[in-house]
Design a protein around this ligand. Structure first.
Ligand SMILES: NC(=O)c1ccc[n+]([C@@H]2O[C@H](COP(=O)([O-])OP(=O)(O)OC[C@H]3O[C@@H](n4cnc5c(N)ncnc54)[C@H](O)[C@@H]3O)[C@@H](O)[C@H]2O)c1
Ligand SMILES: [Zn+2]
Length: 359
């Protein structure tokens, strides 16, 4: 079983990430450290009927006491109102500082539960059981937890590490193919920025069906890569920015299309193709890279083109507002080759011209 350990400086030690197909049927030993404690399981209405029974049974088998809270599915759940509801539930359940919260679901549940764990009683024990590919390779590791504010996504948040991450890649079998694709976009991103070998493996598999049996090792590799980056830059001050490859245009697409129309990971796919083209124009990225990435994305039935109707005029304003911009320059992550990335400041007017030429 790939068992990755993540080390985050400034926190007490490191935490294990267990990754295995069928792990959900074998997690009782992992939960033994919680014997005699309470574990509040927070999940959503799609995930609960599929996996909550197995999780609560494993908690009981480990000698701990489960409490279950089921929330509506979707991004709107990541809000203050649901957070307040969780606090009430924790108080009603008599959860104290020696007890734990377990996030069972995608990134929405992980971010929300993590924020509750970071703040309830100034911090309680926290376990992640991510069930989407995006949550498994990205949001469940790195320690960023948050809820949305009506004025923007993730505006209220914290850095709070889980003490244990449990990943059963078989849970991806029940996940909607569109959500799987969105996660694959982030997986391909890790290959592009940090690991040419991973990129080649994905390319060689050539389809989602062929890749699926390799999920445990692929997810483990992505977590290792994210772990390395987070280890070197735990508070998002520099290196971590390369994880934003493809995200400059992606955020603008998500904004302009209206949130939820294009999934985040889908927008990242389109953004990676564009960033490769920009990198070539800047003389950083080899000329064949754009088409290389495009071919791999297409083999995995992932989008590569900006949706019709999203003109540069519509996209550019939110791109210029991106939090990665400094003065008149926009910081873009460019590939020096597949597997190696760096951040480059690009004048806003120049980037706009690149976008106009390609539309
Ligand atoms: N903290 C971080 O570092 C970080 C990084 C990236 C994204 N995020 C956040 O993650 C969130 C998106 O997460 P997401 O893409 O996982 O979306 P999500 O949590 O909304 O899950 C997507 C959908 O899949 C369903 N689902 C989840 N697991 C399932 C399974 N195994 N089988 C069937 N259905 C299942 C959910 O109920 C939901 O309807 C965003 O809020 C984003 O801001 C956080
Ligand atoms: Zn992303």
């Amino acid at each position: 079983m790939p068992d990755v350990r993540i080390r985050i400086p400034g926190t007490p030690g490191e935490y294990p990430v267990m990754i295995e197909s069928g792990l959900i049927f074998r997690i009782t030993p992992c939960l033994k450290p919680f014997e005699g404690r309470k574990i509040a399981v927070i999940t959503d209405e799609h995930v609960a009927p599929l996996y909550a029974g197995q999780i609560t049974a494993a908690i009981e088998a480990a000698g701990a006491q489960p409490f279950l809270r089921i929330l509506p599915a979707g991004e709107t759940t990541k809000c203050m109102e649901q957070l307040t509801g969780i606090y009430d539930f924790l108080l009603d359940s008599g959860i104290t500082r020696i007890d734990a919260l377990l996030a069972l679901g995608g990134g929405v549940i992980g971010d929300l539960t993590g924020y509750a764990a970071a703040t309830y009683l100034r911090g309680v024990r926290f376990i992640q059981f991510p069930t989407t590919l995006l949550a498994q390779v990205d949001s469940s590791v790195g320690g960023k937890v948050a809820v949305n504010h009506p004025r923007g996504k993730n505006l209220l948040g914290a850095f709070y590490q889980p003490e244990l991450v449990l990943i059963d890649t078989d849970t991806l079998r029940t996940l909607d193919q569109r959500q799987v694709g969105a996660g694959l976009g982030e997986v391909i991103k890790y290959g592009c920025i940090l690991d040419a070998g991973l990129f080649r493996q994905i390319e060689a598999c050539g389809s989602r069906e062929n890749l699926a049996p390799h999920y445990p090792e692929i997810v483990a590799r992505c977590i290792e890569l994210k772990g390395q980056v987070v280890f070197e830059d735990p508070y998002d001050r520099g290196l971590r920015m390369i994880l934003n490859f493809g995200h400059t245009l992606a955020h603008a697409i998500e904004n302009a299309a209206g949130y939820g129309q294009v999934l985040h990971g889908e927008a990242v796919c389109i953004g990676m193709v564009a960033a490769a083209a920009w990198g070539t124009r800047l003389g950083i990225t080899p000329p064949d890279t754009e088409n290389h990435i495009r071919r791999v994305l297409t083999a995995y039935a992932l989008p590569t083109e900006v949706p019709a109707g999203l003109t540069t005029e519509k996209l550019f304003p939110s791109l210029a507002l991106d939090k990665k911009s400094v003065g008149k320059d926009i910081r873009v992550v460019c590939l020096e080759e597949i597997g190696r990335a760096r951040t480059v400041p690009v004048p806003a007017a120049k980037l706009k011209a690149f976008m106009e030429q390609s539309s």
